[in-house]
Each structure stands twice: as C-alpha cells, then as structure tokens.
Design a protein around this ligand. Sequence first.
Ligand code: PMP
Length: 353
Amino acid sequence: MQKWKENVRKVVPYVPGEQPKVEGRLIKLNTNENPYPPSPLAVKASADMDITKYRLYPDPAVSKLVKALAKEYGVGDNSVFVGVGSDDVLAMSFLTFFNSDKPILFPDVTYSFYEVWADLYHIPYECPKLDEEYRIVTDDYCVPNGGIIFPNPNAPTGVVMELEEVRKILDANRDVVVIVDEAYIDFGGESAIKLIDQYDNLLVVRTYSKSRSMAGLRIGYAIGNTELIKALNDVKYSYNSYTMNMAAIELGTAVLEDKEYFEETTNKIIATRERSKKRLSELGFTFPDSRTNFIFAKPSKISAQELFEKLKERSIYVRHFDGERVKDSLRISIGTDEDMERFFEAVDEIQRG
Ligand code: PMP
C-alpha cells in the first residue's frame, strides 16, 4: 500500500438523494424539494443583479441577509448566522459546539448526515432509540452528554415533537449546546426560536431549501444567543470567510418580503399532504403522522425495495433507506396534486400486478 494512504482521513460519506438526468416527464419525490418555483421576487432580484459586481468578493459578514432574517424573526442581527444550506450551518455547528469527550446524542432514526459529521470530526456519539411510534423519548436525553441534536419535525419520519418536550430536553441540558434542526418546521409544529432568550445554549437551524423553494441556491441559517453565533462565526472565519455568494444574498433577502407567496405555497403543500395521507391509507400503507413535506410510509402489499424499483422504472423517484428500522418504508416527498396523482396511479397499478 502507498504510505501516504495511512494519513488520509477515512470517511463514509453521506449519500444524497439522486438528481436524475432522465429525459421527459419525471416525477421527483425523493429529496423533499418544493414542487413550486421560488417567489416571483426571486426572479425579479435575479434580473436586477449587476453581474459586473461578480468580479468582487461578496460581503463576508453577509450583513444584508442577516439583517433581513433578524427582522423576519424579531431577533437582533447578532443572533443570526448564515451558511451554504443548512448542511453547511450544521457541519459548522458540529465543529464549533461538539468538542467534548462525552458522547453527543441524536436519535437512532434521524437525518443520516449527523452520524457522518460526528465521524468526520471524531466526535463520540450515542443514538437513543425512538419508541415504536417513532417518537423521541425525552428521558433518554436527560443523561450526561457532550451536546444534543435532533430535527423537529424529525426526518425521515415526519414526526413532530411538542415544544413542551423540547423545553424538557433544554431544562435537563443547560451545560451543553442543544441544536434543533427545523428544516421542516414551516409545514407543521411550533418553532423553538421563541425560546432562544430563555436558553443561551439553544441553536435553531433553518433552511431555504424546503418551504422557500430554493434548494438550488443553498441558503441555511441558525438563530441563537449572540455568544453562540459569535462562536460559529469565529469557526467560519477560521475555515472559509466567503461562504455565501452574491446571488444567494440578494435572492435570499428579496424573498423574505413575499409572505403571501410563502404562505400560499406552504398551505398548498400541507393540503396535498393531508389528501395524500388518505390515499396512502386506502392503498394499504401505514405511516407515522407527518407534519413535514414528506410521508414515511410502509407498503403492505409489496416490499418497499420492490416498490421503489418499480416506481423508478416509471420515472417516479422516491427515497428508500437501507437501515434496519427504516428499510420497510419509503420516504415520499409531497409534490403538486398532479405529481401525487401520477404517483398514486402508478402505485395502484404496481400493487395490482
Ligand atoms: N436537516 C434535515 C433534517 C434535512 O432533511 C435536510 C435536507 N437533506 C437538511 C438539514 C439539509 O438541507 P439543506 O442543506 O438543503 O438546507
């Protein structure tokens, strides 16, 4: 073996959902993207961009977007951190806050990137089991630890945790940083942002990728106590000062003005999700109640793996995970009503054989 290989960092990377390059009509329900385009204000901001400015570096502090987000959530500018999608914000948060010899805690069934970052940074971790209904057991998080992270609502299950339960975890963990990943909170559930003044160790992480229809532009942010945000910025400036490009800053700021469009599209997805729950039940699927823009559903007439493959043959993409507790279900993102109709027709046809 070449000697240099001994010094290479060994990692098992996260595998993102497929971005297929299929010709023709494709139904893409595999990465929890929003089926609707971004706000028209994004289109306008894009047309208004002065491309000659691209010769300059962007603002390293991303002040314009930070101020707009601070205004949106009624917090100070120093309580907001932004990054290249919430993956970047989360990766930076792992590096910044999880630096203890004690294990960090996250659920056994959750966003699979957490495990990858923990391994990448050599952070010890433990994964308390969700209960039979895929709920987080709060008592499991009331033990000595080096930090806590969980999505609320959880992924890929879609299950939401009441804010009172989140508060219980915070009360039992005043000495470590608790990160609540709210990637899907706009589709259901109560945000923990309102608790940041009471808990200086609470960081809430959000994204433009789902409810704001801008996965392609890569914008994520964190809201928390000013000292947490300063610590994050110190690490960011020790790593890469210019994280956000000019287009992301301009478009990300512009869409915050369009509350009407945001509510309209979010409500449409919620309505489609509720209709989809009924159809899934009729087709024999079982699933925990979802408050997100996806449903984690277990087929009863065919294996999840086989259904996944047969749907793919029809250019319908959903997500299938391999883990022991998740392999019998498919994570189905909520598309337009038309997308879902095509999906249900295909499932019905496949199940009839
Ligand atoms: N957190 C959770 C729970 C997710 O499902 C995702 C989407 N894969 C992310 C964070 C990251 O999203 P993004 O980087 O697009 O903001």
